[in-house]
Design a protein around this ligand. Sequence first.
Ligand code: FES
Ligand code: FES
Length: 169
Amino acid sequence: MTMTINGAPVAPPTDPRVSLLDLLRERLQLTGTKKGCNQGACGACTVLLDGERVLSCLTLAVQADGRSVTTIEGLVVEGAMHPLQEAFIEHDGFQCGYCTPGQICSAVGMVEEWRRGSPSHVTPDLAQGGIALDRDELRERMSGNLCRCGAHNGIVDAILATYAKEPAA
Ligand code: FES
Ligand code: FES
């Protein structure tokens, strides 16, 4: 079995205790994914596993066997930044940048959840249908990603500028 990381086949580690985060950073030198708390509390290590956002510090690398992993490096296509990366620059969505790869990967996964119509804790009325991606929805859905620099307003602005023009899911 192999896993796919940013489109390239990778053999899983022989040691089943290796986390996906350590596989990415220590063995594959994909250091865009950050290690913050290493215990599931900060979101800095967020990557996409088959398109779903996961905390790579809490995911064993062997759990990605046969599956597709996308890291922040994989969001760049033929040298062109992902629109959300450009929006983070445009809207001052970072200061030190440590949380930024996790924020961006999390937002890409979050938007897919919203497009599928998945409600959040603050979705006001499930019977109404159509969930607007407003600031409250976005803050709740991104609450697992912490920014120690306090760039949250810029982060929200960047995500809204990229996605909020889409019709309600
Ligand atoms: S490093 Fe994974 S959640 Fe903090
Ligand atoms: S930009 Fe520094 S932790 Fe978020």
